[in-house]
Write a new protein. Structure first.
Lengths: 289, 365, 290
């Protein structure tokens, strides 16, 4: 009797493990395919199949994707666009995170008449489909002389990222007891002193979450990139799309895949190193998606 | 030094009036307790004194200076919070010195103050620790140390002992009292615990629904409450309240199926009130077993009492029965408590009994 | 003066954000709304023509394809991602060894952009060299899988790629929800003799209501904004058969110089999001008050 139950349970658990493993393989398959394809020569791709390991691994595709593949009329590989993305992402992440920290601190701990309304209005900004601001923003960038510039893209990412960073910091700081602020006020500390001495030292986790979130969002952005960048200032996502859709001299799937991995690598690395914070950001930013 | 004068204080949050026309003078060096049920406005009043909330109208004068519009840091006050509000990332020493640091007190002076304060509070061995590594009682001491370090004109305590377990609470209570004796600084202390109020206060201010219900010494508040509310709030177990019919300046009480007439003091007031029914207030300690030593007088009665519940408390035993269908608590010696049961003979001393108007809850006197 | 500054610092700190928000969110929405009422084509022209652009929009077969596609995409994407995410979360919640590793694998696609996702799946689904060939090589010679180039099937390839990218996230949401369930509740149910399936169906799933709710809102939001995935995977093709409204808006605003129609389509997208969002926020706020 007892043994019977035991084996039943075991069969159930084995099934669960098998299902989980099966899906793990499914989720991993595209990455595997991308990677193996990127190491194959074009002949091998045509003759072999998707799941086969490369017979004669070569880095030809990687080299070409990085430095000589055509992305439209230019044939300089992804490298210049990779650095464009870097030049866009770093300032945009830093600026939006800092603004978000101060905004969140003010909204959470220095409430005033209308501050809740302001927060609600800002929260709403996390939800709007960006299509609705694309045209006027293009006009604004044009009249500021920032159309097709890295600065313009940084500005756009900061403006529409601040809603999220503010939300993150605000929700984090709301959890810090207000009595700390009161105690510090009585101790003679002001707005900035309280932030610096009391809130900042407590903020490492939320800074990590916010920075990772913003980094992933901005690195992976395509919409703003494709609309607001010029031929020399495109971010890597736009360049990748162009590379894939440029078919000068036959399709080179191995180069496409190498390029795709190059474009995905920074966010994947961040995910592998700081997955815990990444997930926390996802669930904290659950209002977005 | 640290006198406080509250003049016509009003405070509203939106359309809710939290405090209504509070007038209160606190003398320098006084230990004043603000007490009342939750939501009575006592913590708001404390925050107003601290400057953490803005007045709706009125005036706060500390040490002769009108500070109504001043920010907290310019009021020269220190506060101990219910949650202690220790800065979690700073060690104990920096927690204590943070106020001094913000007020740009020189480092060596800070050190001297830290040494003195931590010795007084016996926390000198904890200075390097973070608040998370401290026990509740230690945190309490550090919070007090932080307040002490600034040597302010006034200390404000916001239910400082409510997060401690019962034993530690009693210990810290004694310690706060000793501390006040030693430094002599004005203390305004908010609590909802009437034992804390009785034991610590020079004077107690009882708040109800944003109004000052009564202000007086613990003795006055306990023995001479102005209303049913105050009488009910103070004392543990609480005062007995029995609705009684008035008959020829006496009160009719039915106990154990028999009717008794209790004679009471303040008959003049009773006559003037023209009430047929009054609320009799009598403390449990006035209901005892027969005391052989007591001097016979007209306020000593003997009443048969059906004890329904017996609760030994150690030093004495509380028994519960009914008068006029209302629950009544009597306080017996442990020996008498053991034998209590149906038809127990109770000695009732009404010389300190008080009467309330059952409609308004106000005292008849 | 100093006191004034000190008292108003929070407002001063928030002022720039407030101004930018009013201009660049609400102002721009109004701007787009007004633009959709003008006869603008290549450049904004402030000559108002009422709802003409909306009439043109709704008479445009391409818009209808995009909207129909959105509904197909929305329903399938949400349904599959929810079921898959929930099941994986429940299985993962059975005290699985190496749970962390498996979770990491399920969730990594979320770190990858839709452009990369689209590029990868474009290759995998490649008619001739992709899955089709793989299955053929396994011996199923007649097998055909050419959804990517079939007008009436292309939208389903977008569903596949989107589910791959986002279902791990739904799993993470549900897993967090399941971990929040009071242990005593499951113990009590087990003592009452409930089977595991009954336990989940009758007790735990009803508790996951808020998770369902927020997952649906998030997935809807992803779906309505999905633009890059279509762009990278099918380019809206074949023809315009796999367009979504976001791609329609982009094409008409920036490639076809019909910004009036583009603005009108953007406004319809906004209303679509609001139709989902307002009931959600309403219930969230009500929950918080009680």
């Amino acid at each position: 009797m007892n043994r019977h139950i035991l084996t039943n349970i075991n069969i159930g658990r084995v099934m669960i493990y098998l299902i989980l493993l099966f899906f793990a393989l499914i989720y991993l398959a595209p990455l595997y395919v991308m990677f193996t394809t990127s190491l194959k020569g074009i002949e091998e791709i045509r003759s072999g199949n998707l799941m086969a390991l490369p017979v004669d691994p070569t880095f030809y595709a990687w080299a070409k994707a990085w430095s000589s593949a055509c992305t439209g009329s230019e044939c300089k590989g992804l490298a210049p666009y990779f650095w464009n993305s870097v030049r866009i992402v770093f300032p945009a992440v830093i600026i939006s995170t800092i603004i978000g920290a101060f905004n969140g601190y003010s909204l959470a701990k220095w409430k005033f008449k209308g501050s809740e309304l302001l927060f609600g209005a800002l929260l709403f900004g996390c939800f709007i489909p960006f299509q609705v601001i694309l045209l006027p923003m293009a006009k604004l960038l044009g009249s500021l002389g920032l159309a097709n510039t890295v600065t313009g893209l940084v500005m756009v990412h900061v403006i529409y990222g601040v809603a999220f960073t503010t939300l993150f910091f605000r929700n984090y700081y709301v959890g810090i007891p207000t009595e700390l602020v009161r105690a510090a006020k009585l101790d003679g500390a002001g707005f900035f002193a309280i932030f610096r001495h009391i809130f900042l030292p407590l903020s490492t986790p939320i800074f990590v979450v916010t920075i990772i979130w913003q980094f992933t969002q901005i690195w992976n952005d395509f919409l703003f990139g494709v609309v607001y960048s010029g031929s020399g200032t495109q971010p890597i996502t736009v360049a990748l799309n162009n590379l894939v859709n440029t078919s000068v001299g036959g399709k080179e799937y191995n180069v496409d895949m190498a390029a795709a991995i190059i474009a995905a690598l920074p966010t994947l690395v961040v995910y592998v190193i700081a997955g815990k914070y990444f997930v926390r950001g996802l669930t904290a930013g659950a209002v977005k998606g | 030094m640290g006198s406080i004068s509250l003049k016509k204080i009003n405070k509203s949050f939106g359309s809710t009036e939290v405090l209504k026309n509070i007038n209160l003078d606190i003398e320098d060096g006084e230990f004043l307790i603000l007490i009342g049920p939750s939501g009575c406005g006592k913590s708001t009043l404390l925050n107003l004194i601290a400057g953490l909330e803005d007045l709706t109208s009125g005036e706060i004068v500390i040490d002769g200076l009108d500070v109504s519009g001043e920010s907290p840091k310019d009021r020269d006050i220190a506060m101990v919070f219910q949650s202690y509000a220790l800065y979690p990332t700073m060690n104990v020493a920096r927690n204590i010195c943070f106020g001094l640091e913000m007020n740009k007190v020189p480092k060596n002076e800070q050190k001297a103050i830290l040494k003195k304060v931590s010795e007084v509070l016996q926390i000198d061995h904890l200075l390097e620790r973070k608040p998370g590594q401290l026990s509740g009682g230690q945190r309490q001491r550090v919070a007090m140390g932080r307040a002490l370090a600034r040597s302010p004109k006034v200390f404000l305590f916001d239910e400082p002992l409510s997060n401690l377990d019962a034993k530690l609470r009693v210990e810290m209570r004694t310690e706060i009292k000793k501390l006040h004796k030693r430094i002599g600084t004005t203390i305004v202390y908010v609590t909802h615990d009437q034992i804390e109020a009785m034991t610590l206060a020079d004077r107690i201010a009882v708040l109800k629904d944003g109004k000052l219900e009564q202000l007086g010494t613990p003795y006055e508040i306990y023995n001479d409450p102005v209303s049913h509310f105050v009488a009910d709030f103070m004392g543990s177990p609480g005062m007995n309240f029995i609705e009684c019919i008035v008959k020829d300046e006496n009160l009719i009480v039915e106990s154990s199926g028999q009717k008794y007439e209790l004679s009471i003091p303040c008959t003049d007031a009773l006559n003037n009130s023209n009430l047929d029914v009054v609320l009799l207030g009598i403390r449990p300690e006035m209901l005892t077993e027969i005391q052989p030593t007591v001097v016979e007088n007209s306020f000593i009665h003997q009443i048969e009492f059906d004890v329904e519940v017996i609760e030994p408390m150690g030093a004495d035993t509380v028994v519960i029965g009914q008068w006029n269908g209302t629950e009544v608590i009597a306080r017996l010696s442990p020996e008498s408590g053991k034998t209590a049961g149906k038809g127990f003979i109770l000695q009732v001393d009404t010389s300190n009994a008080i009467l309330f108007d059952p409609n308004t809850g106000l005292r008849i006197r | 003066m100093f006191n004034f500054l000190e008292k108003n610092l929070p407002k001063i700190v928030l002022a720039p954000t407030t101004i930018v928000m009013i201009v660049c969110m609400y102002g721009f929405i109004v701007w787009t709304g007004l633009l959709s009422l003008t006869k603008s084509r290549m450049m904004p022209q402030w000559e108002f023509v009422g709802l003409d652009q909306y009439v043109r929009l709704f008479n445009n077969p391409r818009w209808h394809v995009a909207v129909d596609n959105l509904f197909i995409f929305l329903i399938l994407f949400i349904l599959i991602a929810l079921v898959l995410g929930l099941l994986l979360a429940i299985f993962l919640d059975q005290k699985i060894r190496n749970e962390g590793v498996i979770r990491t694998i399920y969730l990594y696609p979320m770190a990858i952009s839709f452009i990369v996702t689209g590029t990868a799946w474009k290759w995998i689904l490649n008619p001739g060299l992709g899955i089709e060939k793989l299955v053929n090589d396994l011996g199923f010679v007649g097998f055909e899988f050419r959804w990517l180039v079939e007008s009436d099937m292309a939208i389903y390839t977008i569903v596949i790629a989107a589910v791959w990218q986002s279902s791990g996230f739904v799993m993470a949401l549900f897993l967090a929800g399941l971990r929040g369930v009071d242990d005593n509740l499951t113990k009590a149910a087990k003592i009452d003799g409930a089977s595991t399936i009954r336990l989940y169906w009758h007790i735990i799933l009803p508790l996951m209501r808020p998770v369902f709710f927020s997952a649906i809102v998030i997935l809807t939001h992803i779906a309505i904004k999905s633009f890059d995935l279509v762009q990278a995977l099918t380019g809206g093709g074949p023809g315009y058969s796999s367009d979504l409204p976001a791609n329609f808006m982009y094409t008409y605003s920036f490639n076809r110089a019909q910004i009036g129609v583009g603005a009108a389509s953007a406004m319809i997208m906004l209303f679509g999001v609001l139709a989902v969002l307002i009931p959600y926020l309403y219930s969230e706020l009500r929950e918080k008050k009680t």
